[in-house]
Design a protein around this ligand. Sequence first.
Ligand SMILES: [Zn+2]
Ligand SMILES: [Zn+2]
Length: 99
Amino acid sequence: MTDKLVNGVKQAESSSKSGDDGENGACLICGDKATGKHYGASSCDGCKGFFRRSVRKNHVYACRFQRACVINKDKRNQCRYCRLRKCFSGRHEEGSCSK
Ligand SMILES: [Zn+2]
Ligand SMILES: [Zn+2]
């Protein structure tokens, strides 16, 4: 019998967003703990690396859904298109130092 539980992990959507997440706050992209400001937006190491790799290699991703995927700590690897889109929308117009 297969239940629809993925690895038995329950989504903890409401538990971790309370504001005292340390000095750097939460990653703008996935909500994980941010390690600082990268490319103009607070982000975690995972997203920082992902973003940098994507930009540098000019990766083009495709979304399998409606380009509106939920990106959070657990699901951030499921859709790279939407993750990268979030990276871009998070940093606004601070592209001055990224060239
Ligand atoms: Zn992140
Ligand atoms: Zn997507």
